[in-house]
Design a protein around this ligand. Structure first.
Ligand code: ADP
Ligand code: GN1
Ligand code: MG
Length: 374
């Protein structure tokens, strides 16, 4: 494996004690960075695991700023968790330091790497089988937002510009359709039309933020189900991971992205659309857990924005997958045996948008019920 040699240098750069015992590549299911599980054998034969990641520089032009955000946020969380009587080494990430105390190392090819301690006896899910697990995931993400409520959001760097600026994402999509570099647009006319018909919707959240109706908070911005670790034995929420996009944002982004991914009855890239539905049961489980932790903190306008968050985060990612398909799969990693992977991903998202529109009144009813019970 080409990366093994690389891993020797990385282990040395982070001064991990011991010798490399095992390297597992393609660890996790992320679409952007490259994740490895590294096991070191220490002098006394102890095996210690680390998560090692190489930054995708196309997505993250300034890894140093990403790490500045991540280290400040995790230090802040560390103190909060201690204060709450929790175990900070289990409930938040701990980054390893390299030369000059930096939380990243740069290899000879100019690639940026970072590493953190592996959290034992925990797992992340790709699909929900038990609604109770989704309720737990909701509480874990909501607690993350809650603990960061007094972190000064304005001091965080924007690690990816306009990350959840849906109108900007729409503009890039339109450009990709017009350029149609690979001649793929003819094969996805229906999907393109579906998105174009929703141009006005793209402005919903931003407009309310600009009018001062929605506060800017510290948000995670990538609240996929698999970015929460659950205790392998008890199923309790353990830790929110994947902090690269922690930035100033709206609560609706985090609530919305969780629903987008986790309240679906199928995987994000399920090719058989008849299997893809919005589960009202899962929506309800998430909303219940979320409201239990955050209801007293949200303004009425924020509360009202949450369902819109679900629709817009889903439309936005659907648009981004389709943009990438039209541009030749330059952003999201695809399975090489699936040339239409990004198109298939886009289709599941658009199907979910449609389902949300159809069930809008029910979603509102569930939201109101959960708020009253919280
Ligand atoms: P990606 O950018 O690839 O999504 P993540 O940071 O989400 O990277 O990590 C990928 C997977 O690795 C996670 O879904 C989780 O299962 C596992 N993982 C990540 N960090 C840890 C950790 N500190 N301890 C244990 N497992 C982890
Ligand atoms: C990417 O890195 P990962 O797989 O957690 C993407 C998110 C998308 C998601 C779709 C930095 O997340 O914005 O919502 O794929 N991350 C980045 O699954 O673009
Ligand atoms: Mg992840």
């Amino acid at each position: 494996m080409a990366d093994w040699k690389n891993m020797v240098d990385i282990a040395a750069a982070f001064r991990f004690p011991g010798d490399i015992f095992a390297v597992k590549d393609h660890f996790g299911d992320g679409h952007i960075n490259s994740t490895y599980l590294l096991t070191m054998k220490e002098e006394d034969a102890t095996l210690r695991k680390y998560i090692v990641q190489r930054f995708n520089r196309h997505a993250f032009p300034r890894p140093d700023l990403v790490m500045d955000n991540s280290t400040r946020v995790t230090r802040f969380l560390h103190d909060k968790i201690l204060h709450d009587g929790g175990d900070p080494y289990r409930e938040t990430l701990h980054f390893c330091t390299a030369a000059e105390g930096k939380p990243y190392a740069v290899d000879t090819e100019g690639e940026y790497w970072r590493a953190y301690h592996f959290i034992d006896d925990a797992l992340s899910l790709q699909l929900i089988n038990e609604p109770g697990d989704f309720y737990t995931v909701a509480k874990t993400f909501a607690l993350f937002n809650r603990r960061l409520v007094d972190f000064p959001a304005e001091t965080l760097h924007e690690t990816i510009e306009n990350f959840h600026n849906t109108p900007v994402r729409f503009g890039r999509f339109v450009k990709a359709v017009q350029e149609d570099k690979l001649g793929r647009a003819a094969g996805c006319r229906r999907e393109i039309e579906f998105i174009l018909e929703r141009e006005k919707d793209c402005h919903y959240l931003l407009l309310r933020q600009q009018r001062g109706e929605l506060p800017v908070r510290v948000t995670h911005n990538d609240t996929k189900l698999n970015n929460v670790l659950l205790d392998a034995e008890t199923g309790d929420g353990v830790c929110v991971i994947d902090l690269d996009t922690v930035m100033p944002g709206l609560m609706a982004y985090d609530f919305g992205d969780s629903i987008r991914f986790g309240a679906s009855t199928a995987l994000e890239d399920e090719p058989d659309l008849s299997k893809v539905q919005l589960s009202l049961e899962l929506f309800s489980a998430y909303t219940e857990g979320y409201m239990e932790v955050l209801a007293d903190l949200l303004s009425p306008a924020e509360e009202q924005s949450l369902i819109w968050g679900a629709k817009l985060m889903t439309l936005e990612v659907g648009m981004r997958f389709l943009t990438d398909y039209l541009e030749g799969d330059v952003y999201f990693r695809i399975d090489e045996t699936r040339p239409e992977h990004n198109l298939e991903r886009s289709r599941t998202q658009l199907k979910l948008v449609q389902e949300m529109e159809t069930h809008w009144a029910e979603l509102e009813r569930i939201m109101n019920r959960c708020r009253l019970h919280a």
